[in-house]
Design a protein around this ligand. Structure first.
Ligand SMILES: C[S@@+](CC[C@H](N)C(=O)[O-])C[C@H]1O[C@@H](n2cnc3c(N)ncnc32)[C@H](O)[C@@H]1O
Length: 633
């Protein structure tokens, strides 16, 4: 069942419950009522008198699932959408049925359904006619399409009309049905869902002409090939009884099967046999030869789209990525990287490196930054691109001020960054540094550090930038050495918020941060910070309140912030839930999505959702696609 809409008549509200597909067949009215009570009745009651006839958005629908020969007891899905496979029979062949049922809000405060058994029975009958159950109730008295109807349209309903007859034919030992015209029951229409093609004993290609059959594109091409061979092609009404005996070959043709031999056609007690298939088979071979590029395509039917994808390359990462970042592989092999952190790399950052290598000009930092921007832009569907450019400009402005201030002294400009990630801000800093300028960037994630190193190398800035794997504490000796025991001119604080103050204090103690140092960072608190965000924010502002240097603020949309955290949490968990449904929770890609959710969601929330998943009552995987599109990778 899907979709619950409400309409109202006079004082009595009327719900139309639309049941698509089968569930009502085995659904008791009691269960329908039970589910209705989930629709926040008290809210509805308020609006009851104002309901009109139009379709109204509701807070969800009830979904029943058929498995192992039974319907389950149904679950309430808090979304008006249902995820449907692209190959759903309901879309292609119109294999769906629906019911409309009335519900009344009565004066005694109860909601009642009007004779739901009648709806259930009608639904059952409809379903049997469509053979949705796989049990056959078949009649030979079916017309495929009405004269002046939709028979010539590739409408899903035309396929549905054929379901019961073709099942009857199968039950009676035939492969398919042949329809005669609905008006006179005299002229050949078509086979089940295929065009009729016949070769007469005198070698003519004959196929029915009628307003009620869908012209098969395969038939059109076979006709052309027959004409090319000098055959007479006739597209005209074919009187079954008068002409069927004149055919020596019969085929049924359609896009999927091309054309298939028909051995015999039974009509009442009479059986017409067709032994030959040489001519049609020859036409078929020629057409399939053209499709595969083995036969000349004289009519230009084949249109080139693109090269065949080399499926020996893994779906997520092309093999060559390894050669660009061997350190990553080593890092992974050492097993020192957090397990999920390592898998996180399979999501975006490796792709970023690959994108840079494929699209940017080696040795050109501007081109590398442009490639990185393009990658993030595409990944985040242009959301926030402006913001992270503004952030980059602020960083560069602060660096240029320092470069200018030191220009006359000839002393090198020394920069320090905490939190390299993929090296984007490192590039923006370093491209402003004159000869002799240095940037040391500290990154605790080994794989990010490796990727950033490769990106910096690719941009040709490795003489100015050094990336150190570790934390300020672990690398403090390297930091002071690299900066020649002088204070840094510029420090970008862009790692973990909870480390801002302790690390800056240590840097102060070691003389790396002085009152001359420009400290830039953002005060947004990212999820994953152990302490409550407010406490961290207060700690940071207290720290800077009595310092000579301030903290420039930035908001980077590539990373989670408090303001967008809850949205990201739900979207990320939705992507995980979908992934788990399709590939299973253990699939690396799903684990990665779970990791992403972990970085965005409170633990208690995740536990709650996981519990629902275990009970089968979590419906985040059915949210509409558009709401999760921008977090997909
Ligand atoms: C916001 S990102 C850095 C973004 C980068 N500066 C840029 O603009 O492209 C934060 C990075 O800090 C790293 N990080 C977190 N805590 C850290 C720590 N204590 N020491 C060093 N790096 C850390 C994370 O692994 C992550 O890559």
């Amino acid at each position: 069942m899907r979709g619950v809409t409400a309409t109202k008549m006079a004082r009595h509200a009327v719900f139309s419950l639309f049941f698509y597909a089968l569930p009502v067949l085995q659904m008791s009215p009691a269960s329908i009522l039970k589910d209705l009570t989930l629709l926040r009745r008290e809210e509805l009651a308020e609006k009851w008198d104002n309901l009109g006839f139009s379709i109204r958005p509701m807070n969800g629908h009830v979904r029943y699932t058929w498995s192992d020969g039974n319907w389950d007891s149904g679950v309430f899905v808090p979304a008006p959408y249902q995820l449907m496979h692209i190959n759903a029979g309901a879309l292609h062949y119109g294999v769906s049925a629906f019911e409309g049922m009335k519900a009344f809000a009565c004066k005694d405060g109860k909601i009642r359904l009007l004779n739901p058994e009648l709806n259930a029975r009608r639904m059952q009958k409809g379903a049997e006619a469509l053979l949705l159950l796989g049990t056959a109730m078949v009649s030979n008295n079916h017309d495929r399409a009405a004269p002046k109807g939709l028979g010539a349209v590739k409408a899903a309903g035309n396929y549905a009309a054929d379901l019961a007859p073709v099942h009857q034919a199968h039950a009676d030992g035939y492969n398919t049905t042949l329809y005669l015209d609905a008006k006179e029951r005299k002229f050949i229409e078509e086979f089940s869902v295929c065009n009729f093609v016949g070769i007469t004993k005198d070698g003519r290609y004959v196929t029915p002409k009628s307003d009620t059959i869908l012209q098969s594109t395969t038939n059109i091409m076979l006709q052309q090939l027959a004409k090319d061979r000098g055959m007479i092609v006739e597209e005209r009404p074919i009187d079954f009884e008068k002409e069927i005996g004149n055919f020596k070959e019969i085929g049924m043709c359609g896009t999927a099967a091309v054309v298939v031999k028909v051995n015999s056609i039974s009509f009442g007690d009479k059986v017409y046999d067709f032994e030959d298939f040489d001519v049609i088979s020859g036409l078929r071979s020629q057409l399939t030869g053209i499709q595969c590029g083995e036969e000349e395509d004289k009519h230009g039917w084949m249109k080139e789209v693109c090269d065949v994808v080399n499926d020996s390359i893994p779906e997520v990462f092309p093999v060559q990525t390894r050669s660009f970042a061997p350190d990553m592989v080593t890092a992974e092999a050492k097993g020192q990287v957090q397990r999920m952190g390592s898998q996180a790399m399979h999501g975006l950052e490796r792709l970023l490196l690959e994108h840079v290598v494929a699209n940017a000009e080696p040795g050109n930092p501007d081109s590398v930054l442009a490639a990185m921007d393009a990658f993030w832009n595409k990944t985040f569907q242009a959301q926030g691109a402006e913001k992270w450019n503004v952030r980059g400009l602020k960083i560069e402005e602060a660096v240029r001020d320092k470069v200018q201030a030191k220009a006359s002294s000839g002393a090198p400009v020394r920069c320090l960054e905490m939190g390299t990630y993929c090296g984007y801000s490192a590039l923006r800093i370093a491209r402003n540094l004159p000869a002799g300028g240095k940037l040391l960037s500290v990154e605790k994630d080994e794989l990010f550090a490796a990727i950033a190193t490769k990106i910096i190398e690719f941009a040709g800035l490795d003489d100015k930038v050094k990336i150190w794997m570790g934390t300020v504490h672990s690398e403090i000796a390297n930091i002071t050495n690299r900066l020649e025991h002088e204070a840094a001119d510029f420090v970008l604080v862009d790692h973990s918020k909870e480390r801002y103050v302790p690390d800056l204090k240590l840097l102060e103690e070691c003389g790396i941060v002085s009152k001359e140092t420009a400290v830039v960072g953002d005060v947004e608190v990212y999820p994953g910070d152990e302490r409550p965000p407010k406490v961290i924010e207060e700690e940071i502002s207290r720290f800077f309140s009595d310092r000579a240097f301030g903290l420039a603020t930035m908001d980077d949309p590539r990373f989670l912030t408090l303001t967008n955290q809850s949205n990201n949490c739900i979207l990320r968990f939705t992507v995980f839930a979908r992934c788990a449904r399709e590939l299973g929770e253990e699939d690396t890609r799903c684990k990665y999505q779970y990791y992403r959710a972990q970085t965005a969601c409170p633990e208690s929330q995740l536990e709650d959702w996981m519990e629902h998943r275990a009970r089968g009552s979590c419906h985040l995987d059915v949210l509409p696609d558009r709401s999760t599109m921008h977090v997909r990778q």
